[in-house]
Design a protein around this ligand. Sequence first.
Ligand code: NAD
Length: 505
Amino acid sequence: MSLSAILDAGQAEELAAGVLVAGVLPGLPDGHYIDGVGVPALSGERMESFDPSTAQAFARFAAGDVQDVDRAVAAARRALSGLWRRTTPAERGRILARTAALIRTHAAPLAVVECVDAGKRLAEARGDVASAARTFEYYAGACDKLQGHTLPLDTDHLAYTVLEPVGVCAQVVPWNYPLATLARGLAPALAAGCTVVVKPAETTPFTALLLAELLTEAGLPPGVCNVVTGTGAQAGAALVAHPDISHVTFTGSVPTGIDVMRAAASNVTHVLLELGGKSPVVVMADADVEQAVDGVFGAIFENAGQICSAGSRLVVARPLHEQMVQALAARAQALSLGHALTDPGLGPVNSAAQQARIAGHVERARARGVQVLTGGRVAADPASGRGWFFEPTLLDGLAPDDPAVRQEIFGPVLSVQVFDEVEEAIALANGTDFALVAGVYTRDFATAHRLARDLDAGQVYINEYFAGGIEVPFGGNRRSGFGREKGLEALRNYCRVKSVAARLS
Ligand code: NAD
């Protein structure tokens, strides 16, 4: 099958010009991807995708439902017991390695598509594409190292374990990191020998479809990776409730995660939930202030704050409070807004609904008397007067039980809390229902590791927020979910252990 025209569309600059001048991005796939080919929805229904930087529709895609999901799962089942089962681990590794190379070859159009579909700044979209390639490269090396053990019983027995692929896996992906999040679930699933049906978010369907094409180009047999686009209610719900799905990796909001777990429970399907966060960045009084300001700034304003692991709470020692909030406010006010393709300081948020949700949180905070140090209003691209933007915002002096401390806003809004003693810092940091990540800034080695021990989080960053790469496991505790992605840990989600014990005499 040939690749969608956009993958060979040449330079990113030409594509970007088409979007900025005419609002078009031609050559995108417009069907599902099932059994190695693009196919329209069986219902014939299609939906529109919008450029968040302009709030204008730029392309249409298939609106899938239960019939399309059935078709994709059937293809994945056939592939599981067919060609994919007979593909050696070494060959699986070569396919994943070729996929990494193909992602790099087509990085420029992939980044433009991600930028326009998700509304993320082009530089960040380029980073996401590079991270997706690196993810395939990492798991390519794991395919032929998934091995069982021999078990020491006695001289009359031979006992050993075998790692088997769990089966057909569902990957349900959100809109904030469409390609990178999919890659971190898909690559280990394929490495383990599973087959997959992907449901991208309804506002960001395209890079998943393009990645599926590149996998086929890399030699992946038909049916091993299928993509069904459409809404969560129609396509997502049908997928996670499908009796032939053996594992669901779900990344998204807490309420949807609960629904997914319920649906999966009806078939006793294994789930991994990567849910929301309200992650604290604890800045101790001895911290390097410049380093801490840099870290906190990136932690909350990267991708316009739409990151599950965003550092959305600054928990700062009283002696540094004034200096830090002033420095952060000054830098926030200096951020330029603009079309994501022009790499502004701050891009748009993903949708009108997301913009309204963020505005609602900030309005309610204002009505409660919370101090809005800077920002706090919806905005537009100054050049066009369009788009779904929200000003970079600082909410200061918040009480531990304030909703702006306890609820995920998922936008460029930083909530500030002040502490006097280290015990208070730990209590504030752990004082929400979420436990995804935590940041720590201090020059003291012992304090850093004491906080790493006492903070309830799946991962702790010390003196650099978002430190780490695909090698480092990632996931949450409590309402941030359970299970771990990334690193060798991720492979456990897609392998099941079979024990064999034999009598020898
Ligand atoms: P969402 O829960 O609304 O949607 C996520 C995905 O689930 C989408 O593909 C959607 O179509 C699908 N979906 C919706 N309803 C479904 C259903 N009933 N059954 C099956 N699938 C369904 O979340 P969102 O608004 O797209 O994403 C934002 C949320 O995701 C935030 O809470 C954020 O913290 C979280 N998130 C978490 C991580 C992480 O790694 N922990 C990463 C990114 C985003």
